[in-house]
Write a protein that binds this ligand. Structure first.
Ligand code: CTP
Length: 430
């Protein structure tokens, strides 16, 4: 298939290099037409090397070949990625002031736009109208993915993953060819064209370990020291990670709710048991989220028999010893070569005379060394066991704190979305 790959002037242009590779590796002949602005992000040499074809954006190059007419005319498929607000506007209004816009006006085959821009631009009435115009003329405009954008902000506007655009492009070409009857219900194709592609499952192929609930530290066979954690937030995180396509290892301490179906479940009781389970699960995990409320101390001695009250004797004194800091240990093991997991902690904080919630949380983030810290403001009657939640996500890199509020499911979705964005940032799909 002859494909024209138009590249718009947005930072996501770098991701289009891997889209180009997917096309060429699948045997398609690709002519890349970057806009002038796109070449400020990725140079012409890169596009020429990856496509194996000469690349220009100038209508006055190779005039004898009449490129501004020929390329669009001959293309079986035109894909524009990233389709910036500017490019969508130009295409919708039929402008023809460079090689790509000329080519779009000459298109004989299907045209696919994969937008990428800031949420405000995407949601602006002008862009909405342009998208509607293009769609009404038969072009396919994918929905952008939701997630972390170039700055500290997040929302709809991310370029869909290269694999998703690739799938959508091939599905569109098949529809145009009549290989697929658009009236038939063909699994995947409709979803792909609606943008419901792998960008909806950003954690597909990832292993996410999540600890949840409260540990119980035995005093004797019937008594323990525990805490108020219900495990609801951890369960919501697991559900969100499953929905994002991840394999979820769920390390459940004591919980008031059932873990979601579909997780690989490991039940634990004490901090020491959780430590062993977490270190083991982390080895081949991509992400570890420590949402469990881990007891910092445990009784120094555990009585084999029930501790009895005896007339005339003083009340027993319980001596405590420190439990290991599992989160910190996970970071240490990782940093000494034990894998490359993204490690996320949760912090339950109250303000006090030494500082407010955020100051304590920043200190904790530094102390623990994890990549992200999700901070809950707790107090008696707040957060523990409640349906709604309000958190701030802090990062070791020092990004602007990201607030998330709503039901525990909403907060979980925000955390998982951020996790997916961080993973993409660590290993961009290029
Ligand atoms: N955590 C852990 N091991 C511990 C204690 C806590 O892995 N022994 C993890 C929790 O799962 C959570 C994070 O550390 O992800 C912060 O928990 P929190 O109770 O807020 O912090 P503490 O280290 O216990 O600090 P503090 O002295 O404020 O209680």
């Amino acid at each position: 298939m002859r494909i024209v790959l138009g590249v718009g002037g947005g930072i996501a242009a770098y991701k289009v290099a891997s889209l180009l590779r997917l096309f060429t590796e699948a045997g398609h002949k690709v002519t890349v037409i970057p806009t002038e602005a796109a070449t400020r992000f990725v140079g012409i040499a890169t596009w020429e090397a990856l496509s194996g074809n000469p690349v220009t954006n100038n209508v006055f190059d190779d005039v004898d070949k009449v490129n501004h007419v020929r390329l669009g005319h001959e293309a079986d498929l035109i894909v524009v990625a990233p389709a910036t607000a500017d490019l969508l506007a130009k295409a919708a209004t039929g402008q023809a002031n460079d090689l790509l816009t000329n080519t779009l006006l000459m298109a004989h085959g299907p045209v696919l736009f994969a937008p990428a821009m800031h949420s405000e631009m995407w949601q602006h009435p002008a862009t909405c109208a342009n998208v509607e115009t293009l769609r009404s003329r038969g072009a396919t405009v994918l929905e952008p993915a939701v997630g972390r954008l170039t700055g500290a902000d997040s929302g709809p506007g991310r370029l869909p993953e290269p694999e998703a655009i690739f799938e959508a492009a091939l599905a569109l070409a098949d529809l145009a060819e009549g290989v697929v009857d658009s009236n038939e219900s063909i699994t995947g194709v409709a979803d792909v064209l609606a943008g419901n592609t792998s960008s909806e499952t950003p954690l597909a192929g990832r292993i996410v370990t999540i600890s949840a609930g409260g540990t119980r530290e035995a005093l004797d066979p019937v008594r323990f020291l525990g805490n108020r954690s219900s495990g609801k937030q951890g369960a919501a995180l697991a559900a969100a990670a499953l929905e994002a396509g991840a394999t979820v290892r769920f390390l459940a301490a004591h919980m008031d709710v059932e873990p979601p179906a579909g997780v690989e479940l490991v039940r634990v009781e004490s901090a020491l048991e959780l430590r062993d389970a977490a270190l083991k699960a982390a080895v081949d995990s991509d992400v570890v989220i420590m949402a469990a409320a881990v007891a910092d101390f445990r009784p120094a001695q555990v009585s084999d028999t029930k501790i009895k009250k005896r007339d005339g004797e003083d009340a027993p004194v319980v001596h405590l010893v420190r439990n290991p800091d599992i989160l910190h240990e996970l970071v240490e093991v990782r940093d000494s070569g034990g894998g490359g997991q993204l490690i996320v902690g949760f912090a339950a904080e109250t303000g006090d005379d030494d500082g407010d919630v955020l100051q304590h949380a920043m200190d904790k983030l530094r102390r623990k060394g994890c990549d992200l810290l999700v901070v809950n403001h707790v107090g008696v009657g707040r957060v523990f066991g409640q349906e709604d939640n309000s958190v701030v996500i802090l990062s070791q890199r020092g990004d602007t704190p990201q607030p998330a509020t709503g039901s525990k499911a909403d907060v979980a979705a925000a955390v998982i979305e951020r996790v997916a964005a961080e993973l993409n940032r660590v290993s961009p799909a290029t």
